[in-house]
Ligand binder design. Structure first.
Ligand code: LLP
Length: 404
């Protein structure tokens, strides 16, 4: 829910833009820091979720580490002041250039995703007379029960090393003089809200650390990855995730030995709820079968609905008090008002301007009758929103606006 001052501010601005509620971001970071530090857990921010400079600065100031998936993300982590001793570099396809950049930056460790990658890092580190710290990303074959495009921990996925290849890993580690094994890494997928998935992951991690320890490898770091999801259906009432319940699963089910560190790589849950995509209605098109709201934002600004059929709540800010999805309990609790308002509710397919039929945020969205120029908010867009924007159709870059 946006207050009137904020909406008045939006009215002065050119659309589309991402609006960041920095206060909510800080509250979320504080909640995560408090819950994780209770158990001595270390959180790295998965930068791929959002590398907006203000977001990065905010997150860095809370002392979190950075989980990077490209050489440029590693360089951005260093640039924005993340402690390089808390920077990790994951990804199935690290190029030689990227590995060299990370070696030069003296990051904490590489999360390695294949035996061949281990060999390449060893060679490149040797050429620099350095020792690279490595963690082995193991594919745990745990089903994340999430959208198949964002599940990563199954045997059929390209990520991580399958357990049947671990003997090769052990052998390669033994003969690689420029590698230092620090631990094991897992990531089963994204937008996971079922805690049973993380429980299954813990059980798998326990088995895997035993495997390494039995072969004489000391597992100093257990990295459980990220994936903790958010509630896209209640952007206002449920806007800070239950970090306590999440970390408690790991506290309860992970076998942590004295001196071991437990790391997490959280992306979405830290940033999703603090941003909305704000756009305007360009045209209202009433058809025989469908009504369309054509916005000035589309898949070039937020591709999640088109790529993963992802749900985002959509609100008409110019008619906020009449909206069925907004502040459900606050604005619609008077019986007589409900019947008045219902008559004005219209179903719209909310679409963008891009020349693709898939450029649709949602179909049959119930909204108050809407008009050209109305401000529309697409909520919970802080993760994998701005960073996945493109210039397809030679669109302008999407802008960012901050709460302060
Ligand atoms: N660690 C690794 C190795 C990952 O691959 C990812 C996300 C994360 C951590 C952070 O996951 P999170 O905590 O944000 O769930 N674009 C998709 C999500 C892709 C996630 C990719 N990997 C979306 O918009 O839903």
């Amino acid at each position: 829910m946006f207050n009137n001052n904020t909406i008045s501010k939006f009215q002065q601005l050119e659309t589309p833009f991402y609006y960041y509620n920095l206060d909510l971001l800080r509250q979320t970071l504080e909640a995560c820091r408090e819950a994780s530090s209770k158990y001595g857990f270390h959180v790295h921010y998965a930068m791929k979720a959002n590398f907006n400079p203000k977001v990065l600065q905010g997150i860095q100031s809370y002392g979190f580490g950075a989980d990077c998936v490209s050489g440029n993300e590693v360089l951005a982590a260093v640039k924005y002041g993340f402690d390089k001793g808390k920077v990790v570099f994951a990804g199935v396809g690290k190029s030689d250039k990227e590995i060299n950049a990370a070696l030069d930056a003296d990051i904490f460790c590489f999360n390695v995703e294949s035996v061949q990658e281990l060999e390449v890092i060893n060679e490149l580190a040797a050429a620099k007379n350095k020792t690279a710290r490595v963690a082995i990303r193991i594919n745990p074959n745990v089903d994340a029960h999430t959208h198949h495009y964002i599940t990563t921990g199954l045997d059929e996925n390209k990520f991580g090393i399958n357990t049947w290849q671990l003997n090769d890993v052990a052998e390669t580690l033994r003969k690689s003089a420029n590698l230092q094994f620090v631990g094991i890494h897992f990531h089963v997928g994204s937008q996971i809200t079922d805690m049973e998935v993380f429980k299954s992951l813990c059980i798998r991690i326990n088995e895997m650390q035993l495997w390494f320890e039995e072969r004489g490898f000391k597992v100093k770091v257990i990295n459980a990855g990220g994936g903790f999801g958010v509630d896209y259906y209640n952007p206002d009432t449920n806007n800070i995730a239950d970090f306590d319940s999440y970390f408690k699963v790991f506290k309860d089910f992970l076998q942590v030995k004295p001196g071991q560190e437990v790391h997490f790589e959280l992306g979405r849950v830290l940033v999703a709820q603090s941003a909305s995509l704000i756009s305007r209605v360009l045209y209202v098109k009433n058809g025989l079968k469908k009504n369309f709201l054509i916005l000035d934002a589309g898949m070039t600004e937020l591709i999640r609905p088109m790529l993963y059929q992802a749900y985002h709540q959509i609100e008409n800010l110019s008619r906020q008090s009449e909206s069925p999805e907004v502040g459900k309990s606050e604005s619609l609790d008077v019986g007589s008002q409900i019947s008045d308002l219902k008559s004005q509710i219209t179903k719209y397919d909310v679409v963008g301007p891009i020349c693709e039929s898939t450029d649709c945020f949602r179909k049959d969205v119930e909204l108050p009758q809407s008009f050209r120029g109305d401000l529309i908010a697409v909520r919970t867009a802080g993760a994998y929103g701005e960073v996945m924007a493109s210039s397809y159709n030679l669109r302008d870059d999407v802008q960012s606006v901050y709460s302060e």
